[in-house]
Design a protein around this ligand. Structure first.
Ligand SMILES: Nc1ncnc2c1ncn2[C@@H]1O[C@H](COP(=O)(O)OP(=O)(O)OP(=O)(O)O)[C@@H](O)[C@H]1O
Ligand SMILES: [Mg+2]
Length: 497
């Protein structure tokens, strides 16, 4: 048996008395992809932060290449060949691709001794190795999310990483980009790297992992070879229960048109001539490739980038949605894709976040009624199964998926008529995902209108009554639930229809 590249032995970690990991052991060999799965808050990110030295364990040992490392820190972890790619890339937006690579690989001290033509050449070589068609002189702020990820991987490969950790790398990638990433993962694996892969998309885990470790409530419940491990086995291990009905969508008789856009354009957002109607009781899916304008259209409907041409009608009356405050007052709420930046206030506790858009409901004579605020928050925390040690914890101490649930709770507490959800289950575990779907179903049964943006085709096809497909800032076509298939949808998105 060869020696593992990396071993975590009996790791435990608690945050202010709350256990995040207990006695977790994990190992990784050269030439393997080892996935870590588990529900939101199970401890996945904490475990990898311990490996990269970002978080110190309370007890347990890390062994790298056979040598025990008593005190890991980020610089040591990097010099031992451990690189991590997080969902949010850590790049300098105002520097070029080559500058970012040079900066990362040479460090601050040597960075200023310039030999830019050599650096550009080295950058080009590295980008080529990871299959990235990026010009070294491009500014990072002009790169798309998948391009930034490729650059992160080039950084890791250039830094001679032997262990590459990816924490939910595909959350914002389209299917085609996911395919490209997987081919790269396979190539790095066959070059002898060890890869740790964290994802809530179990089909991805089954497609690329050789072994899977399942965490539940901070404990490792199993490490299994992929062979013979079914999706339902994984769910059973993660949640301790069976889970059927992934998409609980039932037909609801649609009511009146709640929100209608007539020939709406917004030059700043790149939106042109959009006409759609959203009915009460309906889930309208908004599909399209990354960059097709879905999030931008949501921004226009929510008043972030108000329309500069066309008409918006709410319950048949013309409205001007000039700001998010105006949208909320009109009963339109939005849960953005980038919840960590716009959906929640990280420093504030859960109740304050949940009632952020509905202060009038928990205020009396201008004062916030703390009991009402707490009661509202705990109702949503229960309904959405937000995992938190205490309601009074700041949202930043929650795991990624749980932060997203708080953002959703905030929008629901405002009791909107029209709810725009941008990637509502991104980064959310399977159990909570089906709970969010069930919740969406019950909301439309009560007469809400939901616009759901999703890059996950099964989710779009499974949950939508109708699907509007965007391309180039406008609606390329609208499909009924019966007409919509993966092919018909992609054909519209790609302009092959
Ligand atoms: N800095 C922190 N302070 C307090 N608690 C924390 C901190 N970081 C993590 N936790 C807690 O540790 C537990 C594990 O969180 P972790 O981020 O590892 O979960 P995860 O498995 O990555 O979840 P997700 O799938 O939602 O990303 C959670 O209960 C979380 O609230
Ligand atoms: Mg996490």
């Amino acid at each position: 048996m060869p020696e593992p590249l990396l071993q975590a032995v009996a790791i435990s970690k608690a945050f202010s008395g709350v256990r995040a990991l207990r006695d977790v052991s994990f190992d990784l060999f050269a030439g393997e992809v080892h996935a870590i799965v588990g529900e939101n808050g199970a401890g996945k990110s904490t475990l990898i932060k311990i490996m990269t030295g970002a978080v110190a364990p309370d007890s347990g040992t890390l062994v790298v290449g056979g040598r025990s490392v008593p005190r890991m820190d980020p610089a040591l972890s990097r010099s031992l060949g451990i690189a991590a790619i997080y969902q949010q890339p850590s790049l300098f937006p105002h520097l070029t691709v080559a500058e970012n690579l040079a900066f990362a690989l040479e460090g601050v001290a040597r960075w200023r001794r310039v030999n830019w033509s050599a650096r550009r050449k080295r950058a080009a070589e590295l980008l080529d190795r990871v299959g990235a068609a990026l010009h070294p002189d491009r500014l990072v702020e002009t790169l798309s999310m998948p391009e930034q990820q490729l650059l992160e991987i080039a950084k890791a490969v250039g830094g001679a990483a032997r262990v590459l950790i990816m924490d939910e790398p595909t959350a914002s990638l389209s299917e085609r980009e996911v395919d490209r990433l997987f081919r790269l993962v396979e190539r790095l694996r066959s070059d002898g790297l060890g890869l740790i892969y964290i994802s809530h998309r179990l089909e991805e885990v089954q497609a690329i992992a050789g072994r899977v470790t399942v965490l539940r409530d901070g404990e490792s419940v199993a490490t299994r070879s992929r062979d013979g491990l079914s999706r339902s086995d994984l769910i059973q291990l993660m949640t301790g229960r069976e889970l059927s009905d992934i998409f609980p969508k039932k037909a609801v008789t649609p009511g009146d048109v709640a929100l209608e856009l007539r020939d709406v354009s917004c030059r700043a957002a790149g939106i042109r001539n959009v006409s759609i109607a959203l009915r009460r009781g309906e889930i309208l899916g908004l599909a399209g490739l990354v960059g097709s304008g879905r999030t931008e259209l949501a921004g226009t409907m929510y008043g972030l980038t108000p329309a500069d041409a066309g008409e918006v009608l709410l319950d048949g009356r013309r409205v001007d949605i000039t700001s998010p405050a105006r949208a909320i007052a009109l009963g339109i709420d939005y849960v953005p894709e980038d919840r960590r930046r716009h959906g929640v206030v990280l420093e504030m506790a859960i109740p304050a976040n949940v009632t952020l858009a509905s202060l009038h409901l928990v205020s009396r004579a201008g004062f916030i009624d703390r009991d009402a605020e707490h009661a509202t928050a705990s109702r949503y925390v229960d309904a959405l199964r937000v995992k938190a040690a205490s309601l009074d914890d700041p949202v930043e101490s929650l795991s990624g998926g749980n932060q997203q649930k708080v953002a959703l709770a905030r929008a629901l507490a405002a009791n909107p008529t029209v709810l725009i959800l941008d990637e509502p289950t991104q980064g959310v575990d399977v159990g909570s995902k089906s709970e969010i779907h069930a919740l969406m179903q019950s909301l439309v049964e009560r007469g809400l209108a939901i616009l759901m943006i999703s890059s996950e085709l099964p989710e779009i096809l499974g949950m939508s009554d109708r699907i509007a497909v965007m391309r180039g800032g406008t609606i390329a076509g609208v499909l009924s639930r019966a007409e919509a298939t993966q092919q018909s949808l992609l054909a519209l998105a790609l302009g092959h229809a």
